[in-house]
Design a protein around this ligand. Structure first.
Ligand SMILES: [Ca+2]
Ligand SMILES: [Ca+2]
Length: 273
């Protein structure tokens, strides 16, 4: 309930004026709560409109992820948090959030928390401003684009969620860049980037940055993503075939890898044992 009306509302929240009166709230408290709630729903609507990057009147997963990124969720957690939020709020299960689903979810969560609704409104206004600033600077486009690239190549690097937790093998990174026709100077950046990193490893996130920043201007993102996905499937199939043809005794046992091998081949964490 709103400020001054939260006491006693923590276990069961009245859903009508009659219930609130019966629970001991005064008319004034109830009116103040309803006014706060009305204001909160307006801010929710502004938030929804700011997040609706393509202005189609619904929030898809890309747009829900903007919410979590802007509100300070650590990058590796964004996918999971966005999926959970989508699952909870998408009550008609069409894979997107309508304005009504969005406002209902936020309002219910805030009311159930028992905290001040006017404080929640003020906090959300701050988030709205952050999203509007991100949009104005073109940051939302870049963020969505990076995410598409993470997912396009994630499986190739055994990183289904594109979470940025893992390092990639330089050899695999270079093979992919070569296969999609990046010039030699871009491919060479894999080793340059490794040299600047502690431990000499290239993180998945660094690789995705390199991939997106080196996309030729005349290659539309959609075409590039399609090409990337197809190339990843091909390369993966090729690796699988090579592995299958390898005599058993030549299989790499990471527990027996020498330090030089680790240096050359990457850390054992990338091999499945
Ligand atoms: Ca949208
Ligand atoms: Ca929905």
């Amino acid at each position: 309930m709103g400020a001054g009306a939260s006491a006693g509302a923590s276990t069961s929240v009245p859903t009508s004026k009659e219930e609130a009166l019966a629970a001991g709230f005064t008319e004034d408290q109830i009116d103040a709560f309803l006014a706060d709630l009305e204001e909160y729903k307006k801010v929710c609507t502004d938030y929804f409109n700011a997040l609706d990057h393509d202005h189609n009147g619904e929030l898809d997963m890309d747009e829900v992820k903007i919410l979590f990124t802007v509100s300070g969720c650590p990058p590796p957690m964004v996918d999971m948090m966005a999926s959970q939020a989508m699952q909870m709020a998408d009550t008609n299960h069409d894979g997107v959030l309508s304005l009504e689903e969005f406002v209902t979810q936020f309002s219910n969560t805030t009311i159930a928390s028992g905290g001040s609704i006017s404080d929640a409104s003020a906090q959300m206004r701050g988030e709205v401003e952050k999203v509007l600033t991100l949009n104005a600077q073109g940051g939302a486009d870049a963020m969505i684009s990076l995410d598409h690239y993470r997912h396009a190549v994630g499986d190739y690097f055994h990183n289904d969620h594109g979470t940025g937790f893992h390092n990639v093998l330089a050899e695999d990174a270079k093979a992919l860049l070569n296969a999609i026709g990046r010039p030699d100077e871009v491919v060479a950046k894999v080793d340059e980037a490794r040299e600047t990193k502690e431990g000499g490893m290239l993180s998945f996130e660094d690789f995705v940055q390199l991939l997106t920043s080196s996309r030729p201007d005349d290659h539309p993102e959609e075409e590039e993503l399609a090409q990337l996905k197809a190339t990843c499937v091909e390369l993966k199939a090729m690796h699988k075939k090579e592995d299958a043809e390898k005599p058993v005794e030549e299989e790499i046992d990471v527990r027996k890898m020498s330090e030089e091998q680790v240096e050359e081949e990457g850390t054992p964490v990338m091999f499945s044992i």
